[in-house]
Structure formats: C-alpha cells, structure tokens
Write a protein that binds this ligand. Structure first.
Ligand code: ZN
Length: 419
C-alpha cells in the first residue's frame, strides 16, 4: 500500500489519516440547510457549521447532476473531465446521446487513483446511471466497492466489489423515485464505514425530494431530518464528513402553479423553419417524471444555413432568458469542453425553465406539484460544509472567496487537522 497519497489534475491528496466521507446531496440547495438550521431540523449540520466549517460554494454550470458529480470526484472543471451535460447531440447521427458512458470521461477520479494505490474506497450512488463513470478505473480487488442503491439487488463481486449489497442495510430495495433511495446510500455507507473502515467514501444521493418540495415543507423537513441523523452517525464513527451538492433548485412556476416554460424548439421552428436547429435539454432524459426534462440551460445546434447569430438575436429577446452565449464564449465562461458544446447556449432566469417542443415534454409526472428545477447560473450555489475546522492555510483559501464545490475532496483530505 502506497501511503504517499496521490496527485490528480494538479492537486496533491495526502493519504487520509482518518476516513473521509464526501456526500453529494443531489439538488441540495443551500436554502434547505438555511431553513433547517433556523427551524432546528438539522442539529448535526448546525453543529458542523459552528465548530467545523460552513460556506456556500459555486458548482459548475450547467448546474446538472452528471457534470457536477464528475467535477467533485475528479477535483476539476468540465473542460478537464469532459462531462458537460447529462446529454449531448451526436452531430453525425442527429441523436441525443446520454453522457454517462465511462468512455466519455477524460479524467481519472480521486476514488480510482486511491483504490489503485491500495486504499479502500467506497463509492455508492443512488441512481445507477452515474455508477459506471464514478467507478471508472477503480481497482475493486482490494476491498473497494462501487454500486448503486437502485441496483443494490444485482451486485456481483467482479462488477461492484460486493455481493448482496441489499443485505447491508436491512431496508427493502428502494423505489427509483423515493427519498429512501438516498437513505439507502447513506445507511449502506455507515455500515461499510463501521465494518471495513474504508479510507474514502463518496456517497451521491438523488434530488427527488428537492424537485418536489420547497425548504420548510413537511416532506422536505422529514428528509433533511433523516439526512442529518445519518451525518451525525458518520461523525460519531470518527470520519471527516464533507457535505456539498451537485446543484441547487428553484421554483419555476407561474402564480397559478403551472410551469413557466420557454418552449425554445417551437420558437425556433416558427422563426427559422422546422428542423433548422435542434434544441437539446441536457438535464436528463425526457421520461423523468418529476421535472418533465425541463431545466435552466439548453444547447442549440444549428443545421444547414442557420446562423448562430440569428438564433442568439431571437433568443435574447425572449422573456425569462437570462443569458445567451455563442459556443466559444460559453466554453470559456463556464470552463466547458469546446468539442462537446452546442452552437448556442441559452440560460434562463431563476423563475423560468427552457424546454424543447411543448409536444415532446410529458408534464403529467408533476402530479399537481409546482415545477422545481435547475441547470442555470441561478442554481450553481451549493453548500460546502465540514464537520472539522480548517487548517489555517485552507481557512485563508476559503476566506479569499471563489470556493468551488470541486475542491471539497481537497479540503476534506488535506484541509483539516488529522487529530
Ligand atoms: Zn442532481
């Protein structure tokens, strides 16, 4: 076992002197902790902020799940790891391609590097879609594991490093769209921390609750109370606990409760002719029930003679649009891989989301709930919380501002005193 630590994307990570648990609270807008601390819902988190460290950091834009999970676990921006959306358009086939394939990931993860040096690493994700990227190049031969709560009943030793992960918690297999999917991840992490004393744990949750319920609502409070209770148990087990999120969440509904949407494909079809440009909503696939695949960031791909400048001019004038960028400017501004960028990027204001064609989005899954979603600049703020105080050097870095969520492993591994 090499106790010298690792180096990845310009950051040196020492060998963790005690177990480090990084939790990515999917959709964990800072407003949930703010409200929870005020209302006494999250006593452990309140204590961490008081006696450890608590701040709000910037996540990456687009403020989506896959890009930010990979930023956090590679300690790098999207231009380095290459995952700049949940979806992109394959220009050759004209098809929207899901960006969860490990072959699309251009960096090793911190988990992969440590596992390959003989560290014991635990990576658990709520939804299976993230599992293969999170586990890319991980060495599972030395007791490291990488599995999802969604498929906890299908684990095999060669594929996930663990058999029968379902038996870890005593919980039944959780439903794909449920708060239990996240709680399973945390309970399994606690069990593995207690039994195997891993060096590093990365636990990635699902934003099912945050898409449906605002801070302070009963269901949100129940969920956050449960999360907080598990954070307290990680703390009691002696781990460094680091909490962040992949993105925040905003209400994007009209006063009457209907979603406030710009149907951009319809706008462009009417203005430039059908098929002149393609709008890709890189939030996720269109079948996801609780947000109808509506987010705050879309890419437009221009075909034939359609000029990106014309698309930009038309979209800039739309109500609810916050910013429009050409490909090069978007890539520079948000540190995105240029070769995977659309011709035009359109970002909505906090209270509005952008869809493609109204006919293609199924909003029945909202079931009367107000639409809450993410993707834009207005949802990039995320919590950055540690259960231990920072060493002086790291406290100074945090105080200097511009804290980024992809620094959380650096801060959790290198930034706190080993004692
Ligand atoms: Zn997410």
């Amino acid at each position: 076992m090499d106790r010298g630590g690792i180096e990845l994307n310009g950051v040196r990570y020492r060998w963790p002197p005690r177990p480090v648990v990084v939790v990515c609270i999917d959709g964990g807008d800072p407003a949930y902790f703010d409200q929870g601390v005020r209302d006494g819902i999250v006593p452990n988190v309140a204590r961490f902020i008081k006696t450890g460290f608590g701040a709000v950091a910037d996540g990456d834009v687009p403020s989506f799940t896959c890009p930010n999970n990979m930023s956090i676990t590679t300690g790098s921006p999207q231009s380095v790891h290459g995952i700049s959306g949940n979806f992109y358009l394959d220009r050759d086939s004209g098809e929207a391609v899901v960006m969860t394939g490990p072959e699309l990931l251009r960096s090793r993860t911190i988990m992969a590097e440590f596992s390959r040096r003989g560290a014991r690493v635990v990576s658990i994700t709520a939804k299976d879609k993230l599992r293969r990227q999170l586990g890319k190049d991980m060495d599972l031969s030395g007791g490291s594991v990488n599995f999802s709560a969604e498929c906890a009943d299908q684990c095999t030793l060669p594929e996930t490093g663990i058999e029968n992960a379902l038996a870890l918690t005593g919980m039944p297999l959780p439903h794909m769209y449920s708060p239990e999917l996240s709680l399973f991840v945390l309970e399994a992490g606690i069990k593995l921390l207690a039994d195997r004393r891993p060096d590093i744990l990365y636990l990635s949750l699902t934003d099912y609750i945050q898409h449906k319920y605002a801070p302070g609502e009963d269901e949100a409070n129940r969920y956050y109370r449960n999360l907080d209770e598990t954070f307290g148990r990680f703390d009691t087990l002696g781990a460094v606990v680091a909490l962040t999120a992949d993105h925040g969440m905003n209400d994007k509904s009209n006063a009457d409760g209907s979603p406030r949407v710009i149907w951009l494909q319809d706008v462009l079809d009417a203005r430039f002719g059908e098929g002149a440009g393609t709008v890709i909503c890189p939030i996720t696939d269109r079948f996801v029930a609780h947000h109808g695949a509506l987010g705050g960031f879309v890419r437009v791909y221009c075909h034939g003679r359609l000029d990106p400048e014309d698309v930009m001019r038309v979209t800039r004038s739309l109500r609810g649009v916050e910013a429009v960028y050409d490909k090069v400017t978007a890539a520079r501004r948000f540190d995105l891989p240029l070769d995977r960028e659309g011709d035009v990027v359109v970002i909505s204001q906090a209270d509005t989301c952008i869809g493609a064609s109204e006919a293609d989005h199924d909003l029945s899954g909202l079931e009367g709930h107000r639409l809450r979603s993410h993707g834009g600049v207005s949802e990039r703020k995320v919590p950055f919380i540690l259960n231990r105080p920072l060493r002086a050097e790291y406290a100074a870095r945090a105080a200097a501002g511009s804290l980024r969520s992809h620094q959380i492993f650096d801060f959790a591994i290198n930034g706190v005193d080993p004692a």
